[in-house]
Design a protein. Structure first.
Ligand code: MTE
Length: 320
């Protein structure tokens, strides 16, 4: 986000034939264990990683899905921001082949009655997977429509019984410079961290995603587990999460630490608050046609009805 780059050429493209959603029904545990066994093997090149993908069993949540045209699987998986793998849009797809997303465990810490380290399977086991088609808006003024598969974040968090001191939830990405070449550069302070207020985290729209287009996430999209908060700029959607911590104080966030005048803690999509270096009034729909690709940006990314009450009485120009 420091550097605006044109879309790279044909790096690490995935054949459109791969995007056909397969509705193969396997249990979540079976699925995750299968991915685990395959992920334990030798490092694979980025495209071969597709072979470790599994189809997911899920039900579409219509209430929380837009009917806008989906962005193609190819665009969603090759036009990425994941600075751990480089800053160019094609870098995450090209450079994430050595990243091992299985086995995976997540630390639950801080102000909660239940804390500890949990395998991804144990974290997800009690929850049914949902598909939710969300509009996603990047702070760089481009957007996509993505069919995520995941579980409501609030339902997962509740199981750990946050105490009354839990006012915020802090998230951390894995730190593995051996597998994440971008972490060997100082473009951001590593590991990447993000946070939400507890009521934002508990909001029904907040999702912990494990897949998209019906399949497990590829590394470039934040395998095996990432945050999706559709009314906020994309940088809140922290990828490859290894720790979730309940805190009393507002936690630091990577982009706010890096450029506090440009990126606030809240990061709510707001067409009326420009980024200091560019307008936020409109956005470029990735994959849109030549004439229809620039569309007006909506308050809270179009989720105003659902989330505006979270910010009642707040000056949204000050708390950007
Ligand atoms: N998470 C980590 N760990 N590192 C990152 O660089 N980039 C963020 C967010 N999550 C980022 C991250 C930004 S700026 C965006 S727009 C989204 O991921 C992009 O998600 P996508 O590539 O899956 O569309």
């Amino acid at each position: 986000m420091l550097i605006k780059r044109p879309r790279p050429g044909d790096t690490a493209r995935i054949a459109p034939s791969e995007i056909t959603p397969e509705r193969v029904y396997v249990s979540r545990r079976e699925l995750l264990q299968g991915a685990l066994a395959l992920g334990a093997g030798a490092a694979a090149p980025a495209l071969a990683l597709g072979a470790t993908q599994r189809s997911l069993q899920f039900a579409r949540n219509g209430r929380y899905s837009t009917d806008e045209k989906l962005t193609s699987y190819e665009d969603i998986t090759t036009y990425n921001n994941f600075y751990e793998f480089g800053t160019a849009k094609g870098a995450p797809a090209a450079n994430s082949g050595r990243f091992k997303s299985m086995p995976w465990s997540i630390g639950i810490a801080g102000e909660a009655e239940v804390t500890g380290t949990f395998s991804l399977e144990d974290l997800l086991e009690p929850h049914a997977l949902e598909e939710r088609i969300y509009r996603m808006r990047c702070v760089e003024a481009w957007s996509m429509v993505i069919p995520w598969v995941g579980v409501p974040l609030g339902a997962v968090l509740k199981r750990f019984k946050p105490t009354s001191k839990a006012k915020y939830v802090a998230f951390k990405t894995v730190l593995r410079p051996d597998e994440m070449p971008g972490q060997r550069s100082r473009v951001l302070a590593w590991p990447y961290v993000e946070g939400l207020r507890i009521d934002e985290a508990m909001h029904p729209l907040s999702l912990l995603a494990v897949g998209l287009y019906g399949k497990t996430l590829l590394n470039q999209n934040g395998a095996p587990l990432r945050l999706v908060v559709p009314w906020k700029y994309g940088f809140k959607g922290i990828k490859s999460i290894v720790e979730i911590r309940f805190t009393e104080r507002q936690p630091p966030t990577s982009w706010n630490l890096s450029a506090p005048h440009e990126y606030g803690f809240y990061a709510n999509v707001n067409p009326n608050v420009d980024h200091p270096r560019w307008s936020q009034a409109r956005e470029r729909r990735i994959g849109g046609g030549l004439f229809d690709s620039r569309v007006p940006t909506l308050m809270f990314n179009g989720y105003e009805q659902e989330v505006a009450s979270l910010y009642a009485g707040m000056d949204l120009a000050k708390y950007y």
